[in-house]
Ligand binder design. Structure first.
Ligand code: FUL
Length: 582
């Protein structure tokens, strides 16, 4: 049995000496490692859509609509920084083609808007503010352009590259370029008003564009989901805010890209392409005042964090800009609460100062003198040597018995597959004297770089207007159901509480399956399930907002929400669940 000194983040924990460990498989570049180390960065969506209340502009929207009276890029950057974001990716041009900087190559830009009498440059203001506050700066440049008359012809590709060159040469360092894959077809196209199809793999001739990017911004990483050439980062196949519980940072360099490759990576892929989980703090990417009540809850944001950063991915979180030119105070307060919660949980590592025992490179045991209470486990590989661990087991010594711990957020099984740069496992609170990580399947000798053990506090806060408390699903035990696993959601509060109701947020994705349309709500009283409510969530499919079921206050520890009817699919799905109690 070997004993190693445990120095979090600075010393490899592996039993094997670092010098002896051979790299395995494809490896990240230094710029990919730097990007992954950022963990969280922001998207800002802002364009003419902000003024037309749309998500996609057609390309003929009037540039004079762009007239914010309070535009303050420094407010955006401060907000993002306070929300824990390390950089910002800005929609310099969205699909409508309107340029947020005075491009020399088109009249369809801020220079023909009344804002600052056409002398303004939003990209410049943001790049400067990022520098001032120490955040990194990046651009989103939509390849699809519904304004440009030559879209679909080779001339447009030259135009696109000219614009990219402007962005990569005039605004300082750019950490990432984001090339949206949407190529919807119809558009204004200089008045042609028609549908144009391009071959998204060949039309843009990405190899030439990549060459230009590497030359102009050698440290910039490329995000691209529509190219024949792999970028440095991949889309994760959904905008809902989660990557697969299995997540390899690898892809095949050639051949078709299937959805599963995006969501789970490719175990034996030959090129390093980590996943970047992009999602918005609101349902839409652009600002709509009607969504002011639908800003994601703190528990939903924490769920997103665990299912992105905690699953070996980065998180790209969008904040829309309002028509007045500011980020909404609602979004900003939520972002700050999110960052505080991450710090509150992860600033106190119960494993700090504990020397783990390492057996045969694969078993890591932490032992405390006094029993410790915790509900989060963090582990990370040194990805500079490749991604190696395929499967692991987690156990806690509770009252002298080793008990398995499972990932409470797993979509299937115990959820203990793949580690990568950072993996966080959430489970109901346990009190234990030892914790054991056993790597059961690995591609090469594991190189574990960090281990952490934490206690996340219950997310308890006041419900607006009512003074009632609620506890989020993420901080109470969630256990799979017994008899009808796919149609019941069971919640274990761990101790009796005076429960007054439950709130259900259905999946938010367009066309989502698993929306509960008819429900039964039961609670356990004296060892018996008692149905306390049954009914319909009216219009939930068209308007998937929070649904609240109130019951007379009853003391209980176990609750169950049964789906009596689902819009589509077999399994009941949720985006968030909260329990209301006194
Ligand atoms: C999508 C776009 O179509 C949306 O408008 C948004 O920009 C999102 C980040 O990517 O594909």
């Amino acid at each position: 049995m070997k004993k190693l000194t445990f120095l979090l983040l600075s010393t490899l924990l592996t039993g094997a000496c670092k010098q002896q460990v051979e790299p395995y498989g494809p490896l990240p570049t230094a710029d990919q490692v730097a990007l992954q180390d950022m963990e969280m960065y922001a998207f800002l969506h802002y364009s003419l859509n902000t003024y037309t209340d749309q998500e996609w502009g057609f390309g003929n929207e009037d540039p004079t609509l762009f007239n914010p009276d309070q535009l303050d890029a420094r407010q955006w950057v401060r907000t993002c920084k306070d929300a824990g974001m390390k950089g910002i990716i800005f929609t310099a041009k969205h699909h409508c083609g309107f340029c947020m900087w005075p491009s020399a190559y088109t009249e369809y830009s801020v220079k023909n808007s009344p804002w600052k009498e056409g002398k303004g440059d939003v990209v410049r203001e943001l790049a400067d503010a990022c520098r001032e506050y120490g955040l990194k700066f990046a651009v989103y440049l939509s390849p699809w352009d519904r304004n440009h008359p030559q879209y679909g012809q080779p001339e447009y590709v030259t135009y696109f590259r000219n614009q990219l060159r402007e962005l990569l040469t005039n605004y300082g360092d750019v950490f990432e370029v984001w090339f949206d894959g949407a190529n919807g077809g119809d558009g204004w196209y200089g008045g042609a008003n028609e549908t144009r199809h391009i071959d998204r793999l060949t039309y843009y001739q990405w190899s030439e564009t990549y060459r230009m990017i590497r030359e102009l911004q050698p440290h910039c990483v490329i995000w691209n989901d529509g190219a024949d050439l792999r970028g440095d980062l991949r889309w994760v196949g959904t905008e809902a805010g989660n990557i697969g519980q299995v997540n390899w940072s690898k892809m095949n360099s050639t051949g078709d890209v299937e959805w599963s490759h995006l969501h789970y990576g490719v175990e034996d892929g030959d090129v390093w392409v980590p996943g970047e989980t992009n999602t918005s703090i609101r349902p839409g990417w652009f600002y709509h005042s009607t969504e002011d009540n639908h800003v994601k809850s703190l528990s939903k944001l924490m769920d997103t964090y665990y299912k992105s950063v905690g699953r070996n991915s980065t998180l790209l979180l969008n904040f829309p800009i309002m028509p007045n030119g500011l980020i909404s105070p609602i979004d900003s307060a939520r972002g700050v609460a999110f960052s505080h919660m991450i710090h509150q949980i992860f600033d106190h590592n119960l494993a700090e100062g504990i020397e783990p025992q390492v057996d045969g490179d694969t078993i890591y045991t932490l032992q405390w003198k006094q029993p410790q209470t915790f509900n989060r486990f963090l582990v990370g590989e040194d990805i500079r040597l490749g991604q190696r661990v395929k499967r692991f087991r987690l156990e806690a010594l509770i009252d002298g018995q080793w008990q398995p711990l499972q990932d409470a957020l797993a979509d299937w099984g115990d959820g203990l597959e793949t580690i990568g740069r950072k993996r966080i496992i959430c489970f109901p609170e346990v009190t234990a004297t030892q914790l054991r990580l056993t790597i059961t399947d690995t591609k090469a000798v594991p190189v574990i770089q960090q281990i952490g053990v934490y206690l996340a506090p219950a997310l308890t806060m006041d419900l607006p207007d009512s003074g009632e408390k609620f506890s989020s699903l993420l901080n109470i035990a969630m256990v799979g159901s017994n008899d009808r696993p796919s149609r019941s959601i069971m919640i274990d509060l761990e101790k009796d509480r005076q429960v007054k109701g439950i709130r259900y947020l259905p999946p938010q994705e367009q066309g989502a399956e698993g929306i509960i349309t008819r429900y039964a709500f039961s609670i356990m009283v004296n060892g018996q399930w008692q149905k306390v409510a049954e009914g319909e969530f009216s219009n939930i499919v068209n308007n998937p907002i929070w649904q609240t079921i109130y019951i007379p206050a009853t003391s209980t520890k176990l609750l169950r929400l049964d789906a009596l009817a689902i819009n589509q699919g077999e399994r009941a799905q949720y985006d968030d669940i909260e329990v209301i109690y006194e």
